[in-house]
Design a binder for this molecule. Sequence first.
Ligand code: ADP
Ligand code: MG
Length: 551
Amino acid sequence: MAKLTGAAIMARALKDQGVEYMFGIVGVPVEPIANEVQKVGIKFYGCRNEQTASYAAGAVGYLTGRPGAALVVSGPGVVHGLAGLSNAKENCWPMVLIGGASPVKQNAMGAFQEERQVLIATPFCKFAHAVELPERIPFYVEMAVRTSIYGRPGACYLDMPDDIILGEAEEDAVQFPTRCAEPPRMTAPEEYIQQALNLLESAQRPLVIVGKGMAWSRAEDEVRAFIERTQLPFLASPMGKGVVDDNHPLSVGAARSLALQEADVIVLMGARLNWMLHFGSVPRFNKNVRIVQLDISPESISQNLPTEVALVGDGKAIVGQMNKALEDRQWFYPKEAPWHSAIAEKSSANAKQVQTMIEDDSAPSNYFRAFRDISPWIPDDAIIISEGAKTMDIGRTQMPNKYARQRLDAGTYGAMGLGMGFVLAAAAVHPDRPIVSVSGDSAIGFSGMEMETVCRFKMPVKIIVLNNGGIGSGVAALPDNPLEALPAHLTVAARYDKMMEAFGGKGFFVTDPKDLKAALDAAMAFDGPALVNVQLHHAAGKKPQQFNWYT
Ligand code: ADP
Ligand code: MG
């Protein structure tokens, strides 16, 4: 009778469960798994650092609805892979990290790269387990995939000891569960839907907050219909951007602080009142604000502020319910409400504040001036990756998103160095769409070596580096003694474009913003990976924030 190795069983089980993409670095003991997954048609992307591989796996999960897999070697490989695991946990993205492990028969003997991997992965995981028999691999894979996408999505970890990977099982003794179904779309009790709409009807200054839970649940059609039917102003979270077009007239993105501060009824959809929304606390929020909260996770209801109407279940299903219930109501939020004009006034006042920076053509460029050319150059259907401190913050306001799941950024965990992983994920999942990454010079440094990966896989991605020569703020020139530089300082005008060229891509170095547009166009016209390195003025700042002390 035919025998199957643990590696072959793992590959088939992953394929059966709809895992299509794996990122990783091979070595002892996991190389056979990578070889086997290629045989069953899973695309394997060899990376240069396990961090990137694990970041990519999480982003694949968010983009596709099925977890991406990351494959890492034992010990240090797993430790590096924890980066993406924790990021996936915090952002509620599905992924499966598969860690090689030292052989079971050497447990506690001081084996090569022996580590308590299930233990260290557990705090980041919905499910973490060691596989103890080759024939049980499909059971664990189905469990990990299902757990990663059901309920609040998240990360799972499977520990694969060397002797399980190389071990064998009789083919007949292995049961492969069928592909686990898409996550069930739970609805809310009809009376809660009515309560939510009643509360909205009573509001003077209502606001809908759209988070990435709505993007994940593919609720874009329902949310857009809801906004247009009710005429309610909405605010998108950073990755909730694009669920409804950022340029929609009801978007309050340009008057965010005012909208949060004054709203008296908020519908929180697939977003948490965590640090990104200032915990829902005064003075960022109105002290009498009343909350309708839609979330798949009952445990997150009332986090930081009491929720008045809890809509627990799937975003797409529940907004669909609300739309249906609205068919029996005449009500919509009046177009002439003073709340609309207050938001509009604040938006144009905010726009004026940055206008001088946008128009400032002096060299080297400031952030806003750079985005003046970058934003219109980005194709409508591009996946936009954004990381860096100021680069990401300013980019969030200057690069609009038209579609859901179009933006990947540092997200809930605020991690730096994940951009190249997201670039790989986006290029793998959407080979037919433009991939644009706008990164700070510090951020690109964390995983810049993945430029070799994008060149090796001939991914035609376009990377912009907004290079101010530092973490956060930069410096005009470094002191002769580098030990006298501030800890935040990096090399001034470092040539990241040459790194891209070194691996076969195309690089452009822009020192005067008058040359930026031509460089961007040439990068886009180039049929391969390209990097546009834009030198920024070291003091390029952003507009003063009203609540700097609170962010
Ligand atoms: P953002 O960063 O955009 O504010 P968060 O990551 O804070 O978003 O919140 C996303 C929320 O979406 C989480 O609380 C998560 O439980 C929720 N969520 C995940 N899947 C769904 C779903 N299918 N329907 C509704 N909410 C969901
Ligand atoms: Mg910088």
